[in-house]
Design a protein. Sequence first.
Length: 177
Amino acid sequence: MAILPIIETPDPRLRTISTPVEAVDDDLRRLMDDMLETMYAAPGIGLAAIQVGVPKRVLVIDLQEEEDEEGKPIKNPRYFVNPEIVWESEDASTYNEGCLSVPEMYAEVDRPKSVTVKWLDYDGKSHEETLDGLLATCIQHEMDHLEGILFVDHLSRLKRDMLLKKLEKLRRQKRAA
């Protein structure tokens, strides 16, 4: 497995609409393993393939909400190939979202509270499940990446511009240090 470089805004590749995967094979599983390792190292809870420069409809998620006796997160990786939302609730929830492609920036985003998603797993097996809570928020966030959408696109123009200016200022400070 390898840690891959994560593309950051304003890289135009993040605006690419990802293409469907034709087959879950060893190459795709290797990509998903590398994506998972990259996500854990970042650290994050979700990663879409386009964030590592691969325009395929693939994402990995691990909320790591449970902890072992020593207080370390228990890994519970989930793999989503060609995910598709087939239903979403009218009820919304708000979550303070961040993104590995928009580092160290956070903003509250409203999304449907629950979604039903169809996808293929690591072995190409088909699933359909209704997700809610943080998992529903996370999968919607990651699926936005498959359409070339970033969480900042859900903000007002003023909030988005302020957040992106703050990010650029942070980058300048890091380069100067």
